[in-house]
Design a protein around this ligand. Structure first.
Ligand code: SER
Length: 324
């Protein structure tokens, strides 16, 4: 990658990805785009352009004008919002991806398109979910991700488009909040731990899901995009994860720093049902073998960094808990 077009740059992943890519490739090499603009570092720290990814012509024009050789396409709806607005989710997630693939084909770029643990469905093995297994998702988000994986594969086989991708687990981060996802509870738990010392989880006890800390997620995208193509047996939709946790495990990790942290439960049936259809723990060995995926943050390291960073960032008036 030398000149990168980033979509969804103000989202949970994009807002940290934009900053990291500028650090690695230079400010002018990264064109951050989103459907809105704000005062964040992602929007203000380098070239920025408004882009609606469902507008194919505008997508092509943004990539052409930037002379992009790589597109990192992050604009999409997450799982809970997609269940609430399934038609819009299909239009945005599939329409946006198709425009990204067409632009990539026309301009001869490389593409990164994220998939998710949501691509698996209730029929996939829940423990050690293999790289290659049933993909029969039960949610609109999962369907758009599973179809997206196949579409990337199709463009690779038919047009030799270098489309690469990862199946992300829930991502924990502190810059932009996630919006409308099922795994958002993990992020919220850290924020409320600092703010009030307690959190009410909408996901129930004993619900295990894969998670990863944002620095590992970003490093994995860069490693995959820079990996020697001859080592990649599949290039698209690699399982990646750093931990498999339930809400209680995150709470226990938080209590090492905030001994009085209280976790309560008030289950949201929609998001619980989504979580119950996803794997407990996926197998990332193909990623480890083919492009040396190796996450640096386990649960406790993630917790320590999240709590310390949130404590630094939040104004004193919003801090209700004392960190050890
Ligand atoms: N984090 C996403 C969600 O919860 C899963 O890819 O929707």
């Amino acid at each position: 990658m030398k000149r990168i077009l980033l979509t969804g740059a103000l989202g949970q992943i994009g807002s940290e990805m934009a900053v990291k890519l500028r650090e690695l490739y230079g400010d002018d090499a990264v064109l951050a785009t989103d459907i809105r603009k704000d005062h964040s570092e992602a929007a203000q720290g380098g070239p920025f352009r408004l882009l609606d990814v469902t507008d194919g012509r505008a997508f092509h024009e943004a990539a052409r004008a930037h002379r992009a050789d790589a597109i990192i396409h992050l604009a999409a709806l997450l799982s809970a919002t997609a269940e609430a607005k399934p038609m819009f989710a299909w239009q945005l997630n599939m329409g946006g991806l198709l425009n990204a693939l067409e632009t990539t084909r026309e301009l001869g770029c490389q593409l990164f398109a994220p998939s998710s643990i949501a691509a698996f469905g209730p029929d996939a093995p829940r423990q050690g979910t293999p790289q290659d297994t049933w993909l029969r998702p039960a949610t609109m988000y999962g369907i758009s991700k599973a179809a997206g994986e196949q579409l990337c594969e199709y463009y690779y086989r038919k047009y030799d488009v270098d489309a690469r991708g990862l199946r992300f687990p829930g991502l924990v981060s502190h810059t932009a909040p996630p919006g409308g996802g099922t795994t958002d509870y993990a992020v919220e738990m850290y924020v409320y731990a600092i703010k009030s010392g307690r959190y009410t989880s909408y996901i129930g006890k004993g619900t295990y899901l894969d998670m990863m800390y944002m620095p590992d997620a970003i490093a994995s995208v860069v490693s995959l995009m820079e990996a020697d193509a001859s080592r990649l047996k599949r290039r698209n939709a690699y399982n990646v994860t750093a931990m498999s946790v339930d809400p209680e495990a995150i709470a226990a990790s938080i209590r090492r720093r905030l001994p009085d942290f209280e976790l309560r439960f008030d289950i949201d049936p929609l998001r619980q049902e989504i979580a119950d259809g996803w794997p407990d723990a996926i197998d990332a060995s193909a990623a480890c073998k083919e492009w040396d995926f190796r996450p640096a943050y386990d649960l406790d390291r993630t917790t320590d960094d999240m709590l310390a960073t949130l404590h630094r960032k939040l104004p004193d008036s919003e801090k209700g808990a004392i960190l050890l």
